[in-house]
Design a protein. Structure first.
Length: 200
């Protein structure tokens, strides 16, 4: 004789028979994310949480943007603007018997690239002449390389509005900064050598 189902649920499972056992719903299963633990750090990249672009509504951090943007264009590493030139801007410092090299790798949009170029070039023009090898070789090479990078940046169109406010001020042009005028010292020295050579 069959055993009746438990009272209160005529469609419930019948103990010991296997009939009426709950079945898994058909179709893909949707897993609910566990509730956040108070005080625990947010998971990177989750919606509404801190990720590589900073907190929601916050400013992006320099270097957080991917280098590949819309339709394969480069995105500026500082502000995320399009388009951007994939260039490296350098500076050099000569210290008598020592020297240091610095560089900032792009891509940079027109505005951010101009700002970085002016800062780095100004440092090179007044810090790069104070060792023999720097004055004769490394500093002129750095200046030429940066001028090539600057020519590529100048060809870019304006990146438009900065929605995050991450772009730096372009600042004053290089030769309107007093520190950059130190470049006149080696220039005048070289000119004096040519004058002395011409006079015998």
């Amino acid at each position: 004789m069959s055993q009746p189902p438990p009272p209160g649920n005529p469609y419930g499972a019948v103990p010991g028979t296997g009939y009426g056992a709950p079945q898994a719903p058909a179709g893909p299963q949707v897993q609910q994310a566990p509730p956040p633990i108070p005080g625990a750090p947010a998971q990177p990249g989750a919606y509404g949480q801190a990720g590589p672009y900073g907190p929601p509504g916050g400013h992006p951090q320099p270097g957080a943007y991917p280098h590949s943007g819309v339709h394969g264009q480069h995105a500026c590493r500082i502000c995320g603007g399009f388009p951007a030139a994939d260039v490296t801007i350098r500076s050099h410092q000569g210290l008598l018997v020592m020297m240091t090299f610095r560089k900032l790798e792009g891509p940079f949009c027109r505005i951010c690239g101009t700002s970085v170029f002016r800062d780095m070039m100004s440092r090179t023009l007044w810090q790069g002449w104070w060792s023999p090898f720097s004055a004769a070789l490394f500093n002129p090479f750095t200046i030429v390389v940066d001028l090539v990078a600057r020519s590529k940046i100048n060809k870019l169109p304006d990146p438009g509005h900065d929605p995050f406010g991450a772009r730096p001020d372009v600042g004053r042009p290089v030769f309107q900064r007093p520190a950059s005028l130190v470049v006149l010292v080696p220039v005048l020295w070289v000119l004096s050598l040519f004058v002395l050579a011409a006079l015998g």
